[in-house]
Write a protein that binds this ligand. Sequence first.
Ligand SMILES: Nc1nc2c(ncn2[C@@H]2O[C@H](COP(=O)(O)OP(=O)(O)OP(=O)(O)O)[C@@H](O)[C@H]2O)c(=O)[nH]1
Ligand SMILES: [Mg+2]
Length: 452
Amino acid sequence: MAFEGLAERLQDTLTKIRGKGKVSEQDIKDMMREVRLALLEADVNFKVVKQFIASVKEKALGQEVMKSLTPGQQVIKVVNEELTALMGGEQSKIAVAQKSPTVVMMVGLQGAGKTTTTAKLANHLRKKHNRNPLLVAADIYRPAAIKQLETLGKQLNMPVFSLGDQVSPVEIAKQAISKAKEEHHDYVLIDTAGRLHIDETLMDELKQVKELAKPDEILLVVDAMTGQDAVNVAESFNEQLDVTGVVLTKLDGDTRGGAAISVKAVTNTPIKFVGMGEKIDQLEPFHPERMASRILGMGDVLTLIEKAQSNVDEEKVRELEKKMRNMDFTFDDFLEQLDQVRNMGPLDEILGMIPGLNKAKGMKDLQVDDKQIGKVEAIVRSMTKKEKQDPSIMNASRRRRIANGSGTTIQDVNRLLKQFEDMKKMMKQMTGMTSGKGKKRGKGLGGFKLPF
Ligand SMILES: Nc1nc2c(ncn2[C@@H]2O[C@H](COP(=O)(O)OP(=O)(O)OP(=O)(O)O)[C@@H](O)[C@H]2O)c(=O)[nH]1
Ligand SMILES: [Mg+2]
């Protein structure tokens, strides 16, 4: 997965500070040294790193205190915001021309992924935007380049415009655009030839195509795995062609992430899409904020905190806490708690925001969890009012009836009852610990956990 090294290092650094009730200037300095090293190791442009560190330091030290977050969380929030800003802030979408068709020109070095991305983009435009693109084969230099695009077009069941390899790319572009107008294609995607280096002859040709086709979008395709080289390439292409957006391919194989973080800052050109694999559907719109959260490995922890605070009724939380202390937390309370969590949004989404659970391997388990929760809820809802209030009356026949009523097994029911008892014990310990010292408990979910 992308960003392994960086994510790991940053997460280590941030974990040290996350729960801190107090963060000193020295803490921030120490942390920033680590962040700096982590970014440099990830092959982020050193000027970008320098600027980033300076602005995080300044904001972290000067920021307003927010009651809802601990100081440690606030520092993380600043890092997250700055990282998001560095990568472009808002999501940058593909151009739409006022008058159809929208012309998109794909450019980039040899093997960067232009042809593949042209097909992926066509697929994306059709699937997500209900568009009807025309693919244009304007790479007349590499043998089999036309064939490659035609094969992809066939696979997508989409038309590919070509005039063989004896007609100039400028002429191909011209005829393709008139054909698109005739046949009411709303996008024209022009795949151009790659080059080994920034080479003047070919660059001139691209300029001519640009002159004639007047593209609404020039997408520069760069290979994320080449790190800072990708950034330098982007800079040169941009100087010559005024690129409007970058597609970062092979992010699936990029363990460092330097290009993704530096491209926007160095070239002032936004990343619009990222390639996450060779398959036709492995192109994703680039979301700076999501990417930042992913790099920081915190899922969307801040959104989660905010959601928890706006959705959980404070009064109810206090009531529940009192019950927990008195050990009379019942299955009714449990259902209520479940509803409160549900109010925050779809469960898998909520769980996805929890750090550690959002890792790739966790995703499968999440679905299982969702089912598991449905089961648990069915069991609880099959209990009588009396049983919910006092699970100790649960004898064998009651357990059997509940299993039948909820479509589960006696083992399932037994397991839940056992977990519920364990949870109560655990809660008692937890509340005992914190209330004993008279310390104020965390808000949000009130600090208790569901028993799964
Ligand atoms: N893993 C991975 N491979 C990719 C991605 N995008 C493209 N590739 C692979 O990169 C190789 C080159 O892709 P092409 O689309 O042919 O590259 P190109 O820029 O058109 O190359 P030229 O036409 O020779 O300049 C192919 O094997 C693609 O499958 C990606 O996002 N992830
Ligand atoms: Mg190609």
